[in-house]
Design a protein around this ligand. Structure first.
Ligand SMILES: C[S@@+](CC[C@H](N)C(=O)[O-])C[C@H]1O[C@@H](n2cnc3c(N)ncnc32)[C@H](O)[C@@H]1O
Length: 285
């Protein structure tokens, strides 16, 4: 009996190939790939095989195992899901504008704000954050946003900050005028984020499962729709690491299907998918 998934495919792809690759992805970046994702893995693998002009999966796996090939990076880039949008999860932006940012502003004794967008994909999340913050923190504030993602390709796109016009069609006219350039000539139909929004954003590649080479702390950490692909234990471990990087009163924002229920955290739930570190309280002598 063959353990091949589908004999009519261009490349022989077996259960053993899938088990090897899905195991590697989970070990390296935490993303779980159950067997029903086999088609997706095959589809992304085929792109790599074609680009590299390889004729079978065995050759590909050998290449992947050779650290000098750099293929591990390409493969991990290929298996990530980078779906994102400007002002995704509207309820969180509403809560930020109406309550959470004014509250944060009131607690700050110095005009300094540090934010981390962890799993920033192609940049729509960090640029949405900067737009939202501009309504509360004027130029006298020192605001810095660190935006990281495992996928080096999306980081490049985020840094370019060029998007199809249809991706900003929910912006108001005023927002478009203030924050975007309209493309002309060969860039017709595209927009570019203005430098005012980009200068205080630093993009860096980072695998969240590895050590984090920065001290923090952050007033806000956005890690939305990233941990959804991780198992619960890994997600909880990550949230504990985020707690260590948050200021007292700092916020953690997660995605709509990322529940912290069942974990033992210091974070308190303060709005849908939004958590806050308890502020420092004076201890009795
Ligand atoms: C679905 S996107 C979410 C983007 C954005 N946060 C949002 O909510 O719109 C998930 C991102 O997480 C990144 N990612 C997945 N696993 C990661 C890991 N172990 N370390 C860092 N980034 C990771 C992916 O590359 C992808 O760009």
């Amino acid at each position: 009996m063959s353990d091949e998934f589908d004999k009519n495919r261009d490349y022989r792809f077996t259960k053993a190939h899938f088990a090897y690759l899905s195991g590697l992805v989970e070990r390296e970046i935490g993303i779980q790939l159950p067997e029903h994702k086999e088609r997706l893995v095959y589809g992304r693998l085929v792109h790599r095989l074609r680009d590299l002009r390889l004729s079978d999966c065995e050759d590909y796996i050998r290449l992947l195992e050779d650290p000098s090939s750099g293929e591990m990076r390409e493969f991990l880039n290929a298996v990530t899901t980078n779906v994102t949008s400007f002002f995704r999860e509207p309820h969180q932006w509403k809560a930020l504008r109406e309550r959470l940012l004014p509250e944060l502003l009131a607690t700050k004794s110095e005009k300094r704000l540090r934010i981390w967008s962890a799993g920033c994909s192609t940049g729509q999340e960090p640029y949405s954050i900067m737009m939202c913050l501009s309504e509360f923190f004027d130029e006298s504030w020192d605001v810095q946003l660190l935006a990281t993602d495992l996928d080096t390709k999306v980081i490049e796109t985020a840094q370019e900050a060029i998007y199809k016009e249809e991706l900003v069609n929910r912006f108001t006219q005023a927002q478009k005028r203030r924050w975007l350039f309209r493309g002309t000539g060969e860039h017709r139909g595209m927009v570019k984020v203005r430098p005012e929004l980009r200068t205080n954003v630093t993009f860096k590649p980072l695998n969240l499962l590895k050590p984090w080479p920065f001290a923090g702390p952050f007033d806000m950490i956005f890690c939305r729709n990233v941990m959804i692909y991780f198992d619960k234990q890994l997600m909880f471990d990550l949230v504990r690491r985020f707690e260590e990087k948050l200021t007292p009163g700092g916020l953690l924002l997660v995605g709509h299907s990322e529940s912290l229920v069942g974990g033992d955290f210091r974070l308190e739930s303060i709005a849908r998918n939004t958590y806050r570190m308890p502020p420092v309280t004076e201890r009795a002598a």
